[in-house]
Design a protein around this ligand. Sequence first.
Ligand SMILES: [Zn+2]
Length: 268
Amino acid sequence: MPELPEVEIASRNLSAWTAGRVIVAARTPDLARFEGDASDLAGRRVNSWRRVGKYLVAELEGGLAVLSHLGMTGQWIADAPPERAHQRVVLVLEGAGPQTVSLIDPRRFGWTWILRSADVASHPRLVDLGPDPLSGDLDLEGFQSAIGQGKTALKSRLMNQRVIAGLGNIAISEIGWRARVHPHRACESIGPEEWARLWSATREHLEYVLEVEDGEEIEYQSSAGAKNPFVCYGREGEPCSRCPTLLDRLTLAGRVTFYCPTCQEEAP
Ligand SMILES: [Zn+2]
């Protein structure tokens, strides 16, 4: 499932493929997950793409924007052949470079909206987003104060996009393992050194995934035969790479957490 790094890579790819180019036409084979008038896009130049939390925002000339969420399985692909299944939105481009970029989304949880640029920041999906761990504006102190000191489990706070934007189930298993902190711990039980490790681990995880997944087409863990690039996520029953213990899994609020029972004590 796309989390911050996958959306960041999509944003960089879309910028490289489309920035400065004119959209000749927009095809929307799946209007059920599309809001706005696709014909408004025709003839407009793409100024830029950026990531906001787990959302993509394209700014077009004339004060129009495209907001895109990848859902569970969505990805934007350059020059997808017509026979490629599950194309939900296709932007046809003028001039040199890829002739099309397509949102491919087998499970159809993705969404696309066309809106005025002036309305992007106040869009209901974006208005309440918390700070972005990759933005450079966030530091250890800001990270810790955003998550807070309450009785709530660390994982619940990290999953909450209003607390911190962009993290998801994969990131939380990875960050917890890297920091040696159990994600189900109550925030109030986490000590200063653990907070420092959690913040470093967050940055390390994001930078690691940006590097290993960089490419024109991301392979999601849910697809058959996908390689697992993660250090802990999805590795239940495999030995921890720090100690001889086998990694385990637990469920909180219906979402699986992977962890090392020795390196990450649930109640220290
Ligand atoms: Zn371990």
